[in-house]
Write a protein that binds this ligand. Structure first.
Ligand SMILES: Nc1ncnc2c1ncn2[C@@H]1O[C@H](COP(=O)(O)OP(=O)(O)OP(=O)(O)O)[C@@H](O)[C@H]1O
Length: 240
């Protein structure tokens, strides 16, 4: 891994009230790489993503984005610094149209020489969104809403994307489409941290894998190591 990670998280501890959910979670993702964060239901994956995005303030630990310390930043400042979340459940504005959703999220003049994705760039990636651009987002299919959720993150000009279960509830054909998109984003130089329940999907896409169980990192290795030894994941995930 290159010396400067795109994103580096060290010793993250996170809490809901008195409940200590994440214990010294550390991970890093290199520029243009995909890290899959895997674990059973309730292991703490979403908590980790929300903590990185600044949505969970009851936390300790250090977050470096391209070497810059963003640990204490607000969600808006984190996004402006180049770290964007595609949240679980998509969370698009259902009554707004596709283009309004994109307009609301857009980072007008991203700092650090980052280039903003235009609406045209988004429609190039997701032609169906162009057709639907004036439709209320809440009336679109789950797959289209997921594409919009990804597009909304891209108009903030991220360097690192956090994707929390982007294939949840989608038909297999759309899952494959989302996989193709994630691959294209990596090819465009973005780093991705991907939380997934679809293990085969995650292992196929990811370069590195971190496994958490009850809020602790219990395994980490290149995705190829988990592909070569399925029992290694079964131990922590109970997958088949
Ligand atoms: N708002 C909350 N208040 C209190 N406890 C919470 C809250 N959200 C999650 N938890 C608890 O924190 C732990 C981690 O949950 P989290 O949602 O991060 O897991 P996850 O790995 O993302 O699971 P899933 O795959 O089900 O989304 C679980 O024990 C969960 O019950």
């Amino acid at each position: 891994m290159p010396s400067e990670a795109a994103l580096s998280l060290s010793a993250l501890n996170a809490f809901y009230g008195d409940s200590h959910i994440l214990h010294d979670v550390s991970l890093e993702v290199a520029p243009g790489r995909i890290l899959a964060l895997l674990g059973r239901n309730g292991a703490g994956k979403t908590t980790c993503m929300n903590a990185l995005a600044g949505l969970l303030t009851s936390r300790t630990g250090r977050i470096l984005l391209n070497g810059r310390d963003i640990s204490g930043f607000s969600p808006e400042a984190i996004c402006r610094a180049g770290l964007a979340l595609v949240p679980q459940g998509r969370r698009i504005f259902r009554s707004l149209s596709v283009e309004e959703n994109l307009a609301v999220a857009r980072c007008p003049s991203p700092p650090d020489g980052r280039v903003a994705w235009t609406d045209e760039d988004i429609y190039g990636l997701f032609p169906r969104l162009r057709e639907r651009r004036r439709h209320p987002a809440g009336l679109m299919s789950g797959g289209e809403q997921q594409m919009l959720a990804i597009g909304r993150a891209l108009v903030t000009a991220p360097r690192v994307l956090l994707m929390d279960e982007p294939t949840e509830g989608l038909a297999p054909q759309i899952v494959a489409e989302v996989g193709g998109i994630v691959g294209r984003l990596r090819a465009a130089g973005l780093s991705v941290i991907l939380v997934e329940q679809h293990m085969a999907f995650a292992l196929k896409l990811a370069d590195e894998v971190v496994v958490i169980s009850t809020g602790r990192v219990v395994d980490r290795a290149p995705a190829s190591a988990f592909q070569a030894d399925p029992a290694r994941l079964e131990e922590h995930l109970g997958v088949h």
